[in-house]
Design a protein around this ligand. Structure first.
Ligand code: GCB
Length: 616
């Protein structure tokens, strides 16, 4: 952590633009901040004219034609070929595709601009520009200077604003956003979802003390034997706090008011670790999603968070939550609001999506196929969902490239760092349906090792593929040797044959680990009714799930959950049947207008039965 910070200090001192993302500041809602959400102005720049000269070299800082500059025209004879204007405006957060008809299909660069005022900083205070997410590549400029660049469309990042750059009024902020897909990026060019571009999540200026808590992790100590803890009513909560720099002298006060816990910890160096012994702790679970206020006070700043305490582990081929076996009644979602055809970003959006999952009686969410916004993971904590959170290592990434691996690791670290205090998250997924080869397996193992080194308190998985065989469907992807749970996507009856094939299907797993079906699904156009053998009818999809559910009875012993693909229809440019798809992946059990298809009731009934059968 310290090294990256030093790199930034040195580079800013030498006035070289710092291009490495800085260490992430977490729990930004709890800090002093100024929201930069709202109306921004924009320029669409498909040729990157604002970035490159006509010789295709990056423009220099003061170049009046660079779109991060806004030169004042002093005389009418002066030539100007760009400018920001209120008639070209976009709302932030939000994707551009849903806001401007002419940008629906656009993939390329858009320059975003807005002004903001900032109160003068007191001695020792610092200011940071924080972005919840920008898809995909963001170059950030303030008052004509580059602050930094970030790649990765679904994770947060921040840049410190050098003091000498800050003005009280009219700070000129420009972000170049580029969502072009590339073979060497994560995800790569080929995905089954809409590539929404833009500043898709919150933007804010954070004001912090000179020395502050940058990250922390407070959770039930994963090492304790939970059955013993419950029997003895003696729980250990373990905490770590990372400061932005060497803390020098001082102390952190940790409070959990509801448990009457307050203690001061003397600090030195850039990290503090502590253990707290507690009795009368109510554990977090889907049935009782108990959250405690946890406060960390340091150097004049108090961070407060809502934290649940629970233990997740595998025991043989079972998944155990708080010492008891749990069956995952899943719902998979994309971060999309179907009726508006846009990215989800707000609390209300999260309530819509998670509300549907609750109606289904799901207890688990698979957040596909990239880290979702913090409103979703925080609401999952509050509503009691177990969560699978994933990085977009999807299908055919360039597994032979160290650079691509590095990019995936950055996203993995940003995902884990932001959300490691969320009790709901039980599984970090390092990818989806990656094609089997030694180089792929080495790449994925390296991600698993990284996830474990960052967080050894959760399970790590990846959605694997299975190839159908009339004799047995053999789950033998070598990656299964390294994941904690074996997760497979299976579409028997949709991509392979018709649903009745489930009746004779046999399943065999090479690993003595919990097995979950991380996807299963069939397409149906909402409102289209026919006999059950007619593809795209609601009756076909209903039949598909009836046969699947009957088959689940015969799954191998460690069968521990299922996540139907998908809760609601979602936009995908790959889905071009003119009558039934029209640019939508129709595997939702809810259609794009929010109507439940017939299959919804089938799954709902199955979940009610599973809940009764596995009541804890
Ligand atoms: C899959 C993918 C998912 C697709 C789905 C489909 O296996 O993981 O991203 O959208 O199949 O509908 O084909």
């Amino acid at each position: 952590m310290f090294n990256r910070f030093i790199v930034f200090l040195v580079t800013s001192f030498l006035a070289i633009p710092a291009l490495a993302a800085e260490n992430l500041i977490i729990n930004t809602d709890s800090r002093e901040s100024i929201s930069l959400n709202g109306t921004w102005q924009y320029i669409v720049d498909p040729y990157d004219t604002g970035f490159y000269t006509y010789r295709f070299t990056e423009r220099s800082e003061g170049d009046p034609e660079a779109y991060w500059n806004n030169p004042v025209t002093k005389h009418r004879s002066e030539r100007r070929e760009h400018g920001y204007h209120p008639s070209n405006s976009l709302q932030v957060p939000g994707d551009w595709n849903s806001q401007k008809k002419e940008l629906t299909y656009y993939e390329g660069s858009v320059w975003y601009q807005r002004d903001f005022d900032l109160r003068s900083l007191k001695k020792g205070e610092r200011a940071f520009l924080y972005f919840g997410a920008v898809n995909y590549e963001a170059h950030v400029y303030l008052n004509g200077k580059k602050l930094g660049m970030h790649k990765g469309g679904f994770t947060p990042f921040n840049f410190e604003i050098p003091k000498e750059l800050i003005k009280k009024e009219d700070n000129f902020l420009v972000v170049k956003v580029d969502n072009k897909r590339h073979p060497q990026e994560v995800p790569t060019v080929n995905v089954d979802w809409w590539n929404y571009g833009g500043i898709t999540r919150d933007v804010k200026v954070l004001i912090t003390p000179d020395k502050f808590i940058q990250q922390y992790n407070v959770q039930l100590d994963p090492a304790q034997d939970i059955a013993e803890s419950i029997a003895q009513d003696r729980f250990v909560v373990t905490g770590s706090v990372d400061f932005n720099r060497d803390a020098g002298k001082g102390s952190v006060t940790v409070k959990i008011p509801e448990l009457d816990f307050t203690r001061d910890y003397a600090v030195s160096g850039d990290r503090l670790e502590f253990d707290i012994e507690l009795a009368d702790l109510e554990l977090w679970s889907p049935e009782d999603p108990k959250l405690y206020n946890v406060e960390l006070a340091y150097n004049g700043e108090t961070l407060s968070d809502r934290i649940g305490f629970r233990k997740i582990e595998t025991v043989g081929n079972e998944i155990h939550l708080n010492g008891e076996r749990v069956f995952l009644r899943g719902a998979t979602i994309h971060e999309e609001i179907p009726q508006d055809v846009r990215r989800a970003y707000s609390k209300e959006d999260a309530e819509q999506l998670l509300g549907w999952a609750k109606e289904l009686n799901a207890n688990m969410l698979r957040l596909a196929h990239y880290p979702h916004n913090e409103e979703i993971t925080r609401l999952a904590d509050a509503m009691g969902f177990l969560v699978w959170s994933e990085i977009p290592v999807y299908w055919t990434i360039d597994f032979s490239s160290d650079e691509v691996l590095e990019k995936a690791k950055v996203q993995l670290e940003e995902m884990i760092t932001r959300d490691r205090n969320r009790a709901s998250i039980i599984i970090w997924s390092v990818g989806n349906e990656t094609p089997v080869s030694p180089v792929r397996t080495a790449f994925m193992k390296s991600l698993i090792d990284k996830a474990k080194s960052l967080d050894d308190s959760r399970l790590v998985s990846a959605a694997l593929e299975v190839h159908y065989n009339p004799e047995t469907n053999h789950i033998n992807d070598p990656l299964g040797a390294y994941t904690d749970i074996v997760s497979v996507n299976e579409y028997l009856g949709w991509y392979g044959g018709t649903p009745d094939m489930c009746r004779t299907a046999q399943w065999e797993v090479d690993y003595d680990k919990p097995l979950i079906i991380s996807e299963t699904g069939a397409g149906a156009k909402g409102g289209f009714h026919a006999d059950r053998e007619t593809r795209w009818s609601e009756e076909y999809q209903e039949w598909y799930y009836q046969e699947q559910i009957a088959m689940f009875e015969r799954m191998p012993e460690g069968f521990s959950g299922v996540a139907p693909w998908i809760l609601v229809d979602f936009r995908s440019p790959k889905r071009n049947h003119p009558e039934y798809q029209e640019g939508w992946n129709r595997k939702g059990i809810i259609d794009e207008k929010g109507n439940k298809k017939k299959a919804f009731a089938v799954l709902n009934k199955y979940y009610d039965e599973m809940e009764a059968a596995t009541a804890r």
